[in-house]
Design a protein around this ligand. Structure first.
Ligand SMILES: NC(=O)c1ccc[n+]([C@@H]2O[C@H](COP(=O)([O-])OP(=O)(O)OC[C@H]3O[C@@H](n4cnc5c(N)ncnc54)[C@H](O)[C@@H]3O)[C@@H](O)[C@H]2O)c1
Ligand SMILES: O=P(O)(O)OC[C@H](O)CO
Length: 331
């Protein structure tokens, strides 16, 4: 039986811990706050992040990272991307040698422009074949409610990918494997940026044509960047590419889309940040995605526009005007 440690107990970490437990794995969920760990254990519910969702009895919670990690053969990392390096530095000495490290995170590190799997290798010293990524159209609340969904587990080590696949396959959660770690991670990080743009369009009152145009051209810029970084182009037509992009750009449950919608409705950046309790990765990662694209000479006009709106004070109306007046070109 797989023994998994999930760090930490936000909406996706808690949901994925439930998936693992429902699939028969032995799971310990780490929460930063002792009172949250205690209430999850006592009430079988994470009232802060997943109110109303009953958690399985076999799922244990703790606020002690050493206790969570003891004997784990799978270590699942699910915290905001920009906080990974610092937190993982503290956890690394506690991680059992040989354990598989699974990233659920969808961001790119600011400054270094590293993908999360790269940060994990750097901080823990693990070889890339020990590090896997899970990404796909996986809005936590729907999966916690056991609505059927599929996902991708990417790892260069096929045996590890298949072991993870078995460890989280339930009647409502269907994982596929894929060796393309770069493509899956990029798909997950860039879709958050495109979802911010889709949210802005929603907030401005635009409809399905606008959203479909952003999704399609967003996919084009994700693919251009992915190809420059050595990803498999087929990944972008799969669950971790198009699948996640469509779900995130379309769903009112998406934090990134909602963040953009607030901006489009006229809220200031400060007001929008204050209204956002959970992680909207694209707000920070738009800058690192843009840096990564520039470093590889890749044109990413939607990402550029999102950076201008989120960080340079451009108005949503001006953003649309600039995107639409770009030089005409062939598809
Ligand atoms: N929620 C989803 O639907 C979903 C689905 C797929 C992937 N993801 C990705 O999973 C990752 C985690 O997202 P989430 O939805 O669970 O976020 P969340 O905001 O719901 O929870 C964040 C968790 O990280 C902890 N945390 C926050 N700041 C921290 C810090 N500075 N140091 C250490 N821990 C900190 C919080 O205590 C909480 O446990 C993100 O990269 C997100 O893009 C989320
Ligand atoms: O709520 P968001 O915008 O972080 O998106 C959640 C998931 O990544 C969707 O797959």
């Amino acid at each position: 039986m797989t023994r998994a440690a999930v760090l930490s107990a936000g909406s996706w970490g808690t949901t994925f811990a439930k998936v693992l437990a429902d699939a028969g794995s032995d799971v310990t969920l780490y929460a930063r706050r002792p009172e949250l760990a205690a209430s999850i254990t006592a009430d079988r519910e994470n009232a802060d992040y997943l109110p109303g969702i009953a958690l399985p009895d076999r799922l244990r919670a703790t606020h002690d990272a050493a206790e969570a990690l003891e004997g784990a053969d799978v270590v699942v990392l699910s915290i905001p991307s920009q906080s990974l390096r610092q937190n993982l530095s503290g956890w690394a000495p506690l991680i059992p040698p040989g354990a598989t490290l699974l990233s659920l995170m969808k961001g790119i590190e600011l400054g270094s422009t590293r993908r999360m799997s790269e940060v994990i290798c750097e901080v823990t010293g693990a070889s890339p074949d020990r590090v896997a990524v899970l990404s796909g159209p996986n809005l936590a609340r729907e999966i916690a409610g056991e609505q059927p969904a599929a996902t991708v587990i990417a790892c260069t080590d096929t045996d590890r990918a298949e072991a993870l696949q078995a460890a989280c396959h339930t009647r409502y959660f269907r994982p596929y494997t894929n060796p393309d770690v770069v493509g899956c991670e990029l798909g997950g990080a860039v879709k958050n940026v495109i979802a911010l743009a889709a949210g802005v369009a929603e907030g401005l009152g635009f409809g399905d044509n606008t959203r479909a145009s952003l999704i399609t051209r967003g996919l084009a810029e994700t693919m251009r960047l992915g190809l420059a970084l050595g990803a498999d182009p087929l990944t972008f037509s799969g669950l971790a590419g198009l699948g996640d992009l469509v779900a995130t750009c379309s769903s009112p449950l998406s934090r990134n889309r909602t963040f953009g919608e607030h901006l489009g409705q006229g809220m200031s950046l400060e007001e929008t940040v204050a209204a956002t309790r959970q992680t909207a990765e694209g707000v920070k990662s738009c800058r690192s995605v843009l840096d990564l694209a520039r470093a590889h000479g890749v044109e990413v006009p939607i990402t550029e526009a999102v950076v201008r709106v989120c960080h340079e004070g451009e108005s949503p109306v001006q953003m649309v005007r600039e995107i639409m007046s770009r030089e005409a070109k062939s598809e």
